[in-house]
Design a protein around this ligand. Structure first.
Ligand code: AMP
Length: 509
């Protein structure tokens, strides 16, 4: 089997006229057009001096051409560095300095400002807009599509995904062709994707979820996508009758549930709804099943590994869990300090091993060494336990663990109880410095519109459910929780917002 991403994806394509992506305005991009555009991009990149192994940074708005560009980077034998279009010029400068790409592709409107940034870092600049505009767009109009894709080996790098922007300095996770292909092949199998599938694609394509999980799976299966520039509940509801599958972050499903037209009839033709990138609350899972009859299939992965676990396609999709390790992924739960395997049922850090696991952080040998055990297992930093049936329950990130009065409190457990209270829309539980306890369990809650719930009521409700040391000392209310583009709650921001909550003696609860 080919271990070269471009070859494998282009070999898998169905009849040439099959649309791979249809945008809401009805514009169809066929498989043939996608790969021809990719070859044109590759040719242009080669003309700009890109040679195999070079990095190409892609900070463009989502469009079928943007996807073709990413494939084109692979065809040129280069390594793609997808960047969130929301990154500022200063942030882009960091990535250029860190990864040293040969070319940066930016949206036309940013071209002026980014030209100097690119120049300062020795990168060439191209621009590509969603209307095939920009320098690259113009070049695509008449460029020759007869570029011969540069062959790559399985262990050659295909992508660098910058991650952990939410917790500190971003690190570039290096993914090989074999990593990406192994994971995509597994996902096609376990989620049963075929050429008959039509996927609602509303995710960004600068992140592993929308880029590799969604598009590589569809391309390998020969299916097609309803390609939305961003998530918008009205737009998703409008295309759903034509779709068979959807991948999304939990927020998408919460927003669909809030849409008046989202019901069983609308989801009639849907085969599967898949959720990941952040925890899907058991409450949302249940509400969704009640409304539509569909049990959302929750899975777990990360930039460094692609997908690691999934709830079963057949069989029980257990709310609040991320299912079982994928067939080619080994998973163990260990003591974060010693690496010793924990007995079934106990909380520890998730470690994984498999063909999907990345080869290290770009330019950060020490960080790479820290992330792997001596026997090659990757330490994910996610805390979890296995239940009696082997389902993985994630309880929070290692760095989000709260140690209050010397006792471990796992935010996910407290959040599950908060989410279950009538009137609570969403919650986040954080540790806040406390003069007596070290850290105090602190809840930040967003209420449903019109709900009236006070701090005392919330605390009283939890008092009946949780051991005293796990009960929030304070409950704060906000209109909504801060989330990043992938729907992940920014606990680092919340910890900063409430850092003085217990600073005065009379507020120490
Ligand atoms: P990223 O590298 O941006 O994809 O983020 C990966 C992190 O997202 C993981 O390490 C988890 O902490 C979190 N994550 C992904 N999927 C899930 C899930 N289904 N439930 C809980 N956390 C998740």
């Amino acid at each position: 089997m080919a271990e070269d991403l471009f070859r494998a994806l282009s070999a898998a394509r169905p009849a040439p006229e099959t649309a791979v992506a249809t945008t809401p305005d009805g514009r169809r991009t066929t498989y043939d057009e996608l790969f021809a555009t990719a070859r044109r991009c590759a040719r242009r990149l080669a003309e700009r001096g890109v040679v195999p192994g070079d990095r190409v940074a892609v900070q463009v708005d989502k469009s079928p051409e943007a996807l073709a560009l990413i494939l084109g980077v692979a065809a040129a034998g280069a390594v793609v560095l997808p960047l969130n279009p929301a990154y500022t010029d200063a942030e882009v400068a960091f990535f250029l300095a860190d990864a040293g790409p040969r070319v940066l592709v930016a949206p036309p409107a940013r071209g002026g400002a980014l030209a100097a940034v690119a120049d300062a870092h020795g990168a060439g600049l191209e621009t590509l807009g969603t209307a095939r505009d920009g320098s690259l767009g113009a070049a695509l109009a008449d460029a020759d599509a007869t570029f011969t894709p540069v062959p790559r080996a399985g262990d050659d790098l295909a992508a660098i995904l910058y991650t952990s922007g939410t917790t500190g300095r971003a690190k570039g996770a290096m993914l090989t062709h074999a990593n990406l292909l192994a994971n995509a092949r597994t996902l096609v199998e376990v989620w049963r994707f075929t050429a008959a599938d039509v996927l609602i694609h509303a995710l960004p394509i600068f992140h592993t979820h929308g880029l590799f999980v969604a598009t590589n799976t569809i391309l390998l299966a020969g299916g097609s996508m309803l390609f939305l520039e961003r998530f918008d509940a009205d737009a998703v509801v409008a295309v759903m009758p034509r779709a068979t599958a959807m991948m999304g972050v939990p927020t998408y499903y919460t927003r669909l549930l809030a849409h008046p037209d989202f019901d069983r009839a609308l989801t009639h033709g849907m085969r599967v709804f898949i959720s990941g990138s952040a925890p899907l609350s058991a409450e949302v899972h249940k509400a969704f099943a009640e409304r539509t009859g569909h049990a959302i299939l929750e899975r777990y992965g990360m930039s460094e590994t692609g997908m690691n676990t999934s709830n079963p396609y057949d069989g029980e999709r257990r709310p609040g869990t991320v299912g079982f390790p994928l067939p080619d992924v080994e998973l163990r739960i260990t003591d974060p300090e010693t690496g010793e395997v924990r007995p079934r049922g106990e909380v520890g850090v998730i470690e994984v091993k498999g063909p999907n696991v990345f080869s290290g952080y770009w330019g950060l040998e020490a960080k790479t060494r820290e992330a792997f055990r001596a026997d090659g297992w990757f330490v994910t930093g996610d805390l979890a336990r296995l239940d009696d049936d082997g389902y993985v329950h994630i309880v929070g990130r290692d760095q989000d663990l709260i140690i209050s009065g010397g006792l471990n409190v796992y935010p996910a457990e407290v959040e599950a109880h908060l989410d279950a209270l009538a009137g609570v829309a969403e919650s986040a539980v954080i540790g806040v410095p406390h003069p007596d306890l070290g850290e105090a369990v602190t809840a930040v809650v967003a209420l449903e519109p019109g709900a009236r719930l006070g701090e005392d009521e919330v605390r009283a409700a939890l008092a009946a459910e949780l051991a005293k040391f796990k009960q929030p000392k304070r409950v704060f209310f906000v209109p909504k929780l801060p989330r990043n583009a992938m729907g992940k709650i920014q606990k680092i921001d919340l910890r900063a917002d409430y850092r003085d909550a217990y600073a005065t003696p009379d507020a120490s609860g």
